[in-house]
Design a protein around this ligand. Structure first.
Ligand SMILES: Cc1cc2nc3c(=O)[nH]c(=O)nc-3n(C[C@H](O)[C@H](O)[C@H](O)COP(=O)(O)OP(=O)(O)OC[C@H]3O[C@@H](n4cnc5c(N)ncnc54)[C@H](O)[C@@H]3O)c2cc1C
Length: 408
């Protein structure tokens, strides 16, 4: 007899399985994909930013409105505990210059391998290629790879199905329909930490797909972020854009579009930029002149050429103003399938403090499918692991205390 079923084998589900099995209950883990942790492995390609080393108070502030909800879970399994947990799996971590925490090897695969091994030792039974389709009465309805329908009636269930970014790795957001049918309130899944489309002017050459602009400053209202922006054929992406992406996305949803200001020479003030631009250009082309006088890369020059009339390009003060604050017209976030994470999901008010759905006794949820969002920097994995652990332990406790559900 299954005591706890965990559906979804991403970081949240694997951690839920570990916590539940650690409480001594039987755990079955189902995942639609042939293997678990596919998005976790993809995160490893970027070095696997596991968490962040900043003080807990500053750390928790990254979750915005969801902070009060997540505080008990993250405080119970904070960044220091996450690092100790990774170390227990043989993966030592270090703090990078930005304060972000990475495995020393910058890889996810060794951690995932050791983790799955530990789960098997704890008795967790893995059921890959098994898709959860909903309920039939009190039974979970699952479909195996060959199309066979399976039914299971665990004492408690943890859903850890992820958001809807990178659906080919397994999390396709299909669960939103299943929970909406149950009457669970959801906030629509939306792209988070994502790029944006820009209506590039016709005269702008599109040759810069993937060109980075390093150390620029982005401004949106009172907020500014320094970092890297990558120009793509459809618009912009990159760390500095992701940091503002929630505010940009919400502004576009509200107003239809938004102007993002980019400072292409953040290290110099306007007067210094204008002074350099006023120097004699001689026979140098605009590109050569801007490269030599301000160190602007070709992509920055293309941006200026694309957005500014020729009269401005020849006038040091107005050109300087544009270098220090070019308005980029953003018209839409890139599709959620391309985003790093998802905003939206199960409304937090639907959940008991132990992550059980108020309306569905014995049904718990964790990870990115809950309605919180956070910037990149390790905050995503930390919240997935902390909520997974919390939900797994609570599900095990429920299974021991209450027993199987009668019906959904
Ligand atoms: C390119 C990229 C890089 C990233 N890098 C980082 C990083 O460095 N640091 C960081 O903190 N975060 C990073 N993230 C985000 C992080 O990977 C996610 O937030 C995290 O994986 C979400 O965990 P989860 O367990 O909630 O969901 P997921 O990892 O999405 O797992 C959900 C699981 O549920 C399964 N599933 C879905 N539906 C069903 C169903 N009906 N039946 C059965 N199984 C189902 C899926 O197959 C999947 O295995 C990155 C994301 C991307 C896309």
């Amino acid at each position: 007899m299954t005591a706890v079923a965990v559906i979804g084998g991403g970081p949240a589900g694997l951690m839920a399985a570990e916590a539940a099995a650690g409480c001594g209950v039987t755990v079955d883990l189902y995942d639609a994909m042939p293997s678990v942790g596919r998005k976790f492995l993809l995160a490893g390609r970027g070095g696997l930013n596991l968490t962040h080393s900043e003080p807990l108070d500053a750390f928790l502030a990254r979750y915005g409105d969801a902070r009060p909800f997540l505080t008990p879970m993250i405080s119970a399994f904070p960044p220091t505990a996450l690092r100790a947990w990774a170390s227990g799996l043989g993966v030592e971590t270090f703090v990078g210059t930005s304060g972000r925490v990475f495995p020393k090897e910058f890889k996810a695969a060794p951690l995932l391998r050791a983790w799955v091994r530990r789960l098997r030792e704890l008795g967790v039974r893995f059921h890959p290629r098994t898709r959860w389709l909903g309920w039939e009465g009190a039974d979970l309805l699952l479909q195996g790879a060959d199309g066979t329908m399976l039914r299971s009636r665990p004492e408690a269930t943890v859903l850890a199905l992820g958001g809807a970014s990178w659906p080919r790795l397994g999390s396709d957001g299909h669960w939103t329909g299943l929970l909406a049918e149950l009457g669970v309130a959801l906030s629509p899944l939306r792209p988070a930490n994502c790029g944006f489309d820009i209506a590039w002017p016709d005269r702008l050459s599109r040759g810069f797909d993937g060109a980075p602009l390093k150390n620029v400053l982005l401004r949106l209202g009172e907020r500014s972020v320094r970092g890297e922006v990558v120009l793509t054929a459809t618009g912009i992406e990159g760390g500095a854009v992701y940091a503002l992406s929630a505010a940009l996305r919400d502004a576009i949803a509200r107003d239809g579009s938004v102007e993002l200001i980019i400072d292409l020479k953040a290290d110099l003030d306007l007067a210094a930029v204008v002074e350099r631009l006023a120097r004699p250009r001689g026979a140098a082309s605009l590109s050569t002149f801007l490269r030599k006088s301000l160190g602007l890369p070709p992509a920055a020059v293309q941006l200026l050429r694309g957005f500014l009339p020729a009269s401005v390009l020849g006038e040091p003060h107005r050109l300087g103003e544009a270098v220090k604050g070019l308005a980029l017209p953003l018209r839409a976030p890139r599709p959620i399938a391309e985003a790093i994470s998802s905003a939206g999901g199960i409304a937090l008010a639907e959940l008991e403090p132990d992550l059980m759905l108020r309306s569905r006794p014995g049904l718990f949820a964790a990870g990115e499918m809950l309605d919180w969002e956070a910037p990149t920097g390790g905050y995503l994995l930390q919240a997935c692991l902390s909520t997974g652990r919390w939900a797994g332990a609570a599900a095990a406790e429920y299974a021991i205390r209450v027993g199987p559900p009668r019906s959904y």
